[in-house]
Design a protein around this ligand. Structure first.
Ligand code: DOR
Length: 439
């Protein structure tokens, strides 16, 4: 009989579930954390990590990513994306349905799960995408964190922009509905008004704050009518944050991306179409209001909306350039750097990037460093700063909107299910994550 796999992390600065920081040891056995204490002695044969000077956090759960497989593997695939996750300290992800074919029924969901089980280095879950016609699939497909609705910023089957079709989805079933909230009618009208302008900065005016607010208001209205669990994906405007501050039912959650906190419309001058995403970047005022809403709990957690496109695709002239930016490799370091600059605390970053996500999606035993929790962990270095370098990136897309940013809190070692998947620049590509479950 083979002995259970065991890992002892020694002398780490550990962020406990109550936010307290202690210096101590963590022991894992098989896939779980079994002990957290100032000093642990064990007889079990154990791999030891000397973590003196490093900080141990629960692994990041990124609840909104686009990993492009199947069908768009020239941009990214589940293997390259999960390598990027491991390097970024992301130990679990929830992926979106706009792949080819679309993930809109049990068969396409099963196909993704099968692919992930053979090639993902970290844990995985997949949303089921709503169309105007697949209500029966939305009610039964599993396992899934929830239903994704593109209310706008989409074309083809995944666009559900008519109130009657939206209402039919909100009215039936009780699983979580996650919305991309932008009003397609307003976007269409403004696309015509601004037609012929090729400056990518116009993107933020076409898909303006009002377009986001209108859709968020509609989603909120339907959620209240049916008391339906609603999650607002990548909230981007001060207006939406103010709305939720005044009126946020207990069954509603919201997320924000590092891009919407840290970048604004000034990015177009520097990086052009690389700054183009949906919903678009906003003003410095929006950045500030979103930060405050996050600190106040109006916004619940962080997602990257990792949406890779190749540099050649991004180099096309606006509006032919696709929207989206990669993010899983930089999100934790960006947020920890913001914490070191005084925007928030390290414990808040842990809450927003692990614990609150696990709670909102009902993912059992994840998001905290405590006995009984899964051994998904990341050791970060908060003592040194290193810039984001294009040549070091693992995402197949090969670029980041944050290139040149000098960051601290980079992952040194990432552990998935008690196994070291990334250590000081080296991946262990033998490690496989597991399918996530949702309560
Ligand atoms: O900018 C975006 N790109 N936003 C989305 O919601 C979709 C994504 C993509 O898939 O490229």
């Amino acid at each position: 009989m083979s002995s259970p796999k065991s890992l002892l992390i020694r002398r780490a600065r550990i962020i406990l579930p109550n936010g307290e920081l202690i210096v101590g040891d963590v022991l894992t056995r098989d896939r779980q954390i079994v002990e957290v204490a100032p000093e642990i002695s064990t007889q079990t044969p154990t791999t030891e990590i000397d973590a003196a000077g490093l900080t141990l956090l629960p692994g990041v759960i990124d609840p909104q990513v686009h990993f492009r497989e199947p069908g768009l593997e020239h941009k990214e695939d589940l293997f390259t994306a999960s390598c990027a996750c491991a390097k970024g300290g992301v130990t679990s992800f929830l992926e979106m349905p706009n792949t080819r074919p679309l993930t809109t029924n049990q068969q396409t969901l099963d196909d993704k799960l099968q692919r992930a089980s053979s090639k993902c280095l970290v844990n995985y879950g997949f949303f089921i995408g709503a169309t105007a016609e697949n209500l029966p699939d939305l009610l039964t497909a599993k396992p899934t964190p929830g239903i994704k609705i593109f209310m706008g910023s989409m074309h083809g089957q995944l666009l559900v922009d008519q109130e009657a079709a939206l209402e039919a989805i909100f009215a039936q079933g009780d699983r979580l509905i996650a919305v991309h909230a932008e009003d397609q009618a307003r976007i269409n009208q403004r696309r015509q008004e601004f037609a012929g302008i090729h400056d990518p900065a116009i993107h933020s005016q076409i898909q303006d704050n009002q377009a986001a607010l209108l859709a968020t208001k509609l989603a909120l209205k339907l959620s209240k009518k049916y008391q339906r669990r609603l999650h607002i994906l990548h909230m981007s405007t001060a207006e939406e944050a103010d709305l939720l501050r005044q009126d946020k039912p207990s069954w509603v959650t919201a997320e924000v991306t590092p891009q919407h906190l840290l970048l604004n419309t000034s990015a177009y001058e520097k990086i052009g179409t690389l700054a183009q995403m949906n919903p678009p970047l906003r003003s410095p005022h929006d950045n500030q209001v979103l930060w405050q809403a996050l600190r106040d709990g109006v916004i619940d957690f962080i997602a990257t909306d990792h949406a890779p496109h190749t540099l050649a695709e991004k180099a096309q002239e606006y509006p032919n350039s696709p929207s989206g930016m990669p993010g899983v490799e930089t999100s934790l370091a960006l947020m920890l750097t913001a914490a070191m600059e005084g925007q928030c605390t390290i414990a808040q970053v842990v809450h927003w990037m692990s614990n609150a996500v696990a709670v909102a999606y009902g993912i059992p035993n994840k998001g905290a460093i405590a006995p009984g929790y899964d051994a998904d962990l990341v050791l970060v270095d908060l003592n040194t700063y290193r810039p984001v370098r294009r040549e070091e990136l693992l995402t197949k897309s090969g670029w980041s909107p944050f290139e040149g940013w000098n960051l601290t809190g980079w992952a040194v070692t990432t552990i998935v299910g008690g196994e070291i998947v990334y250590d000081k620049g080296k991946l262990n590509t033998e490690v496989r994550g597991q399918v996530l479950t949702f309560l």
